[in-house]
Design a protein around this ligand. Structure first.
Ligand code: RM4
Ligand code: MN
Ligand code: MN
Length: 424
C-alpha cells in the first residue's frame, strides 16, 4: 500500500492552524528554530526489519493482523512510516530472516519508497533448519573450528547480500558466552572470537564498517563474550579502523551511565552507532523514550557536544537505528512513536546553550549547569519536529493519520488477518 499524497495534504490542512500557533510560539521562545529545523530534516533513523511484526516474549507471541509476511511487504511498511514522518528513510535487515533473493528488484522497490539499506545484521544466535553445526555453545567463540567456520561464512554471506543492496555496514551481535561457571575459558573464548571476527573483517569492502554490539546478559546468564563496551572496544581496537562499537540502549546492567559510555566512545573515534529502545529492567526493547526520556536526552546531549567538537556530521557519521519491538502495540504506531522520541531528544539537545554550559562547568556552578540542561529538556519541541515533517511532505500528526486513514485495516485487507512476520 502506498499512502496517497492527497491524504497527507488533507490531514495537514486540518491540523495546520493549531500547529502554526504552537510552532510560532516555540520559534519565538527559542530563537533558533531555522537552524534546528535543517538538522532535523537531514536526520534519518533506520527501521529494523524484525520490528514490523509483533514481537514476542519467551512466554508467547500474540501476532497482530496484517503483518508483513515478506521482505517486500516489510519494505512497504517502512515506506509507509517514511511517507508519514519523512524520517525513516532506511531499513536494517536481519539475515536469514529477510534474505533478498532478488537484490535488484528489492533495491528498486526500496528506492520507490525513498529507502536505503542501513546496517546488515547477521544471526548466529539461532539454528536454522538444515544447518550443519549447532550454535548451542556459541558461534564465533566455539571450541569447534567447524562451527566457527560456519558462523564466519554466514557473516560473509550477509556482507555480500548487503553489497548487492548498497548497504555499508555489518552489525554483529553474538549471543556467545556461558551460562555456568567453569563452562568457558574466558581468555580462550575471547581469542577465538577475535580470530573469527578478523576473518569477517578481512572480507569487508573498503568503504564498509563493522559494528560490534555488546550485551550484558541473555541468552547466556553467566558470561557474555562481548558483554560490555570495554570488551566491544577491545575487539574494535584490535580489528582496525573499520571496526566500531555499537550501543544498544537495553544492553547494559541496571543504572549504567550510558551517556558517559557514549561520550568516551565517541571521543575515541570508536562509536559506530545505536540501537535505540527503552527499558526498565533489561533488554526490554520498549518504545524509545517510553520509560526514561531524560536519559535519552542526556545521551543526545553528549552526542551533539561530541560530534560538534570533532567536526562530525550528525546525520551521517553514526548509524542511527531502532531495535525495539514487543507484544501489545501495533508495530507501525510503535515505530512512529520511537522515531518521534529520538527526534525530540535530538532537538532538545540542540537547544542546550553550549557556551553557557561550558562556562558553568568551568566555574563549577553545579546548579546552573543543571538548570541549563533542564531548560532544554523541559522545552516542548514537538512543534519543531512536526514542522520538519511538514516541510518534508510528511504528516503533522502521523499516528492520528495512521488511525484516521485506517492504514492497518487496509493492510489487513491486502494481507489478511493471519499474515505473520518472520523474526524472533
Ligand atoms: C539482540 C540484539 C540484536 C538484535 C537481536 C534480535 O538482543 O539487540 O541487535 O539483532 O536481539
Ligand atoms: Mn540490538
Ligand atoms: Mn537486544
Amino acid at each position: 500500500m502506498i499512502l496517497d499524497k492527497n491524504i497527507i495534504a488533507g490531514h495537514n490542512e486540518k491540523e495546520l492552524a493549531k500547529h502554526q500557533q504552537q510552532f510560532n510560539f516555540l520559534s519565538e521562545q527559542t530563537g533558533q528554530a531555522a537552524a534546528i529545523l535543517e538538522k532535523l530534516k537531514a536526520f534519518q533513523v533506520a527501521i529494523p526489519s524484525w520490528a514490523l511484526g509483533t514481537g514476542g516474549t519467551r512466554f508467547g507471541r500474540f501476532a497482530g493482523a496484517g503483518e508483513p509476511a515478506t521482505l517486500e511487504q516489510k519494505i512497504e511498511d517502512v515506506g509507509l512510516l517514511h511517507a508519514l514522518n519523512q524520517s525513516s528513510g532506511a531499513i536494517s535487515l536481519h539475515i536469514p530472516w529477510d534474505i533478498p533473493t532478488n537484490a535488484t528488484a528489492i533495491k528498486e522497490l526500496a528506492a520507490q519508497h525513498g529507502l536505503q539499506f542501513d546496517a546488515m545484521n547477521s544471526n548466529t544466535f539461532q539454528d536454522q533448519p538444515n544447518q550443519a553445526h549447532s550454535y548451542k555453545f556459541g558461534s564465533l567463540q566455539h571450541t569447534d573450528k567447524a562451527v566457527r567456520k560456519q558462523a564466519i561464512e554466514h557473516n560473509i554471506e550477509v556482507i555480500n547480500h548487503g553489497v548487492n543492496l548498497g548497504s555499508k555496514s555489518l552489525t554483529v551481535w553474538l549471543s556467545d558466552g556461558s551460562s555456568f561457571p567453569g563452562q568457558l575459558n574466558f581468555r580462550k573464548a575471547f581469542q577465538r572470537t577475535l580470530e573469527s571476527l578478523q576473518e569477517i573483517y578481512a572480507a569487508l569492502p573498503a568503504d564498509w564498517k563493522i559494528f560490534v554490539e555488546y550485551k550484558a546478559f541473555e541468552p547466556n546468564f553467566y558470561s557474555m563474550t562481548v558483554g560490555d563496551w570495554g570488551q566491544s572496544l577491545l575487539f574494535a581496537n584490535k580489528l582496525g579502523d573499520k571496526a566500531y562499537t555499537l550501543v544498544d540502549l537495553g544492553h547494559h546492567l541496571p543504572n549504567a551511565n550510558i551517556e558517559q559510555i557514549v561520550a568516551l566512545l565517541l571521543n575515541e573515534g570508536k562509536l559506530g552507532g545505536f540501537h535505540f529502545n527503552d527499558s526498565k529492567y533489561g533488554d526490554d526493547d520498549l518504545t524509545v523514550g517510553s520509560i526514561n526520556p531524560y536519559q535519552l536526552f542526556l545521551i543526545f546531549n553528549e552526542l551533539v557536544e561530541g560530534l560538534d567538537a570533532k567536526g562530525l556530521n550528525h546525520a551521517t557519521d553514526l548509524g542511527w537505528m531502532i531495535d525495539a519491538s514487543h507484544n501489545i502495540k501495533d508495530p507501525l504506531e510503535d515505530l512512529l512513536q520511537s522515531v518521534e522520541a529520538i527526534q525530540v531528544a535530538y532537538a532538545q539537545s540542540l537547544l542546550v546553550d553550549r557556551a553557557a554550559l561550558e562556562a558553568a562547568q568551568g566555574n563549577n556552578d553545579v546548579a546552573l549547569a543543571q538548570e541549563i540542561l533542564q531548560q532544554a529538556y523541559r522545552t516542548d519541541v514537538r512543534p519543531l519536529v512536526a514542522e520538519a515533517r511538514l516541510q518534508l511532505g510528511g504528516a503533522l500528526s502521523p499516528i492520528k493519520l495512521f488511525r484516521e486513514g485506517k492504514v492497518r485495516a487496509a493492510l489487513i485487507g491486502e494481507r489478511g488477518e493471519k499474515s505473520v512476520a518472520t523474526g524472533l
